[in-house]
Design a binder for this molecule. Sequence first.
Ligand code: NDP
Length: 311
Amino acid sequence: MTDTPSDAISSSVSPSASPSVSPSASPSLTLLGLGAMGTAFARAWLAVGYSLTVWNRTPSRAEALIAEGARPAASAAEAVAENGLVVTCLLDDASVGAALADADLTGKDLVDLTTGTPSEARTRAAWAEARGARFLSGGIMAVPPMIGAPEAGGYVLYSGSQDLFETHRTTLAPPAGTRFVGGNPGHAALQDVALLSGMYGMIAGAAHAFALVRGEKDISPAEFAPLLAQWVAAMSTMIPQIGEQLESGDYESGVTSGLAMQVAGIKTLLSTAQDQNVSPELLTSVFDLMRRRAETGGGREGFAGMVDLLG
Ligand code: NDP
């Protein structure tokens, strides 16, 4: 499924607002799933005075929230019946299917914050629409302590029904920022996975860097850490250039540190790893790609051409 131009990524992340809601205007919604993340979302909505109905497969996990003002439901179907807006935050897509199996979704607005693949999100969207619901898939770019804490910068990527998103964006906002990324229900999950993949690449480099230095008695990992964090942050500024080059197809303009020069430096990195008794396994695949691209005419490019080698 592909997006139409009108489905293009919407503007910016709206801040995770903490609106002061007057009792008469208090939005109401249902939340299924009170694990670590669901509980954090529940607390953020309760904190701004929303009327929140909750259900969890293991009822004891709802007790603290009920004491804080959440309304209990005896079953998922009963919880769904309580409100037009229903949010799921469950372990995986199979648990969403299990929880909603007996629920009447006719006329409901279903927002699924459960992590899954793009394909699962598209299938779940079709499943929900066949049951009479509008559907929005969410990818949470935060960990529980960042929920309800706007200064932490957490946000949720949403894709699917734009009408649903526009109807409920204010209601959805208190736990985390909201960002609509298009009408394809799989695109929130796809961008979620892409962002996580970038994070794991960064962690791979950081793990290798720490392994290089930690055996030295005069280098403290704790003191080295801010140097590493600042360097990685500074180097992340090359990412927008890669994006622009992938769009333009011109991989050489503006490149100041071409692959040929960088490939020449690989032997220094590998020799140093050997001297420090550090396995190069986290970096060998990226080095292999750099060499392949440089050897096939990409020596004056930056890193954009490596994306072509991947797929
Ligand atoms: P938890 O493991 O803490 O909670 C899982 C929840 O799913 C519980 O409510 C559990 O119920 C429920 N559940 C599991 N299987 C079923 C089932 N078959 N039927 C009904 N309910 C079921 O996970 P989190 O709350 O941390 O995560 C929830 C979602 O948020 C996941 O998709 C996760 O990937 C995503 N997320 C989490 C982040 C995090 O840092 N925690 C970060 C970003 C996304 P029970 O209590 O009965 O076991």
